[in-house]
Design a protein around this ligand. Structure first.
Ligand code: UT7
Length: 344
């Protein structure tokens, strides 16, 4: 495994005040796409997709449905789970904002009846939820907010080239959200140390070449297909395994947990083989891993909160479970965090 330069561990949370998970919600759009549906239009097979990615079905938005529609639904469910209708801020992680400008979060907040609260977007691709969780936790730790709605939503298929079999079989649409409230660092639900990192040297492994100021300011019109998402799958795969393993170990060290004390491993559902490789390196057996990739595919930033919401609803994640979360994606950006799951 590559040795990475050691970054300082996050400072211990301020005594007496921490962000505590008070609610969770997830949403996938109703339109289900099977591997057979993809085989009908792409040079691929059900067997290849299952064995190389672990995906059997995924949900995709119908024409006219945008990221904010997914975010509002997940946010509503998280607020309901928290028995709440009011928060002081909304943070939305997304790679597929409704528009380049303005941010999508204010519209989401207004549709949730939260008009007037600070609301902003966070762009960290598949690690978006953990970055947004850090932002939300920071608002609480800094005394700027008492309650924060953190949403991660991606209509990823809106930027995927339907003819690119390297990405079209993996990426899908969905949203997840948590409500954070101010509480004590020692109570269940308190968000543990969040470890984040990035590497702009490898920003070309994952991205959309056209549509931003780099291409627009060049005066050269976008070449056909450049508005679609591109990924160097194999290089990304290698980086994902190394970064998620390393950042998980750092988050565990900061929390004072050993890998054997993790009850539930909730990793970004990038690819089932990546998840197995990371869990093996951490010594976390399959029965301690939460997974929904077979049913929902890779939903980008939405992946972790959607997984937590579904697992909590289905009973595979219960109060008292020590949860390790980790993610990796475009940027490059990665992260990990711990939480002891609360009674919701
Ligand atoms: O979400 C966060 C960031 N993203 C990730 O973490 C995803 C990371 N990458 C991956 O999950 C995997 O690299 C992929 C699923 C994208 C690809 O799987 P792979 O095992 O790395 O395949 P590969 O790209 O090395 O390609 C192996 C072969 C190639 O054919 P040749 O050159 O060996 O003849 C590909 O052309 O598989 C071919 N191939 C496919 N065949 C059938 C690639 N995609 C497909 C496909 N169906 N959909």
């Amino acid at each position: 495994m590559t040795a990475f330069p050691a970054a300082p561990l996050p400072a211990a949370p301020a005594p007496g005040r921490a962000a505590v998970v008070a609610g969770v919600g997830g949403y996938v759009p109703p339109n289900l796409v099977t591997n057979e549906d993809l085989v009908a239009r792409l040079d691929t097979s059900d067997e290849w997709i299952r064995t190389r990615t672990g995906i059997a079905t995924r949900h995709v938005v119908s024409p006219g449905t945008a990221t904010s529609d997914l975010a509002v639904e997940a946010g509503r469910r998280a607020l309901k789970s928290a028995d709440d209708s009011q928060v002081d801020a909304v943070v939305l992680a997304t790679t597929t904002p409704d528009h380049i400008c303005p941010a999508t979060a204010p519209a989401v907040a207004t549709r949730l009846g939260l008009s007037g609260v600070p609301a902003f977007d966070v762009a960290a691709v598949c690690t978006g939820f953990l970055y947004a969780l850090a932002a939300g936790s920071g608002l609480i730790a800094g005394g700027i907010a008492e309650r924060v709605l953190v949403i991660a939503a991606d209509a990823f298929t809106t930027i995927i080239d339907p003819q690119d079999r390297g990405t079209a079989v993996i990426f899908a649409d969905g949203a997840g959200a948590v409500v954070l409230r101010a509480g004590s660092p020692r109570e269940p639900g308190a968000v543990g140390p969040i470890v984040l990192g990035s590497d702009g040297e490898n920003s070309d492994l994952i991205g959309v070449p056209a549509g931003g100021s780099r291409q627009r300011s060049s005066g050269v019109p976008a070449a056909p297909g450049e508005e679609f998402f591109k990924m160097n799958g194999r290089a990304t795969y290698r980086q994902a395994v190394e970064r998620m393993t390393e950042t998980s170990l750092r988050s565990l060290a900061a929390a004072g947990w050993q890998p054997h004390q993790v009850d539930r491993f909730a990793a970004h559902q990038a690819n089932a083989r990546i998840l197995t490789a990371v869990a093996e390196r951490l010594g976390i057996e399959p029965e301690r891993q939460l997974s929904n990739i077979e049913r929902v595919g890779n939903t980008g930033g939405a992946s972790i909160p959607l997984l937590l919401a579904q697992a909590s609803e289905e009973g595979s994640l219960v109060a008292g479970d020590r949860v390790l979360m980790t993610a990796f994606g475009g940027g490059l950006a990665w992260g990990a965090a711990t939480v002891t799951w609360p009674a919701l």
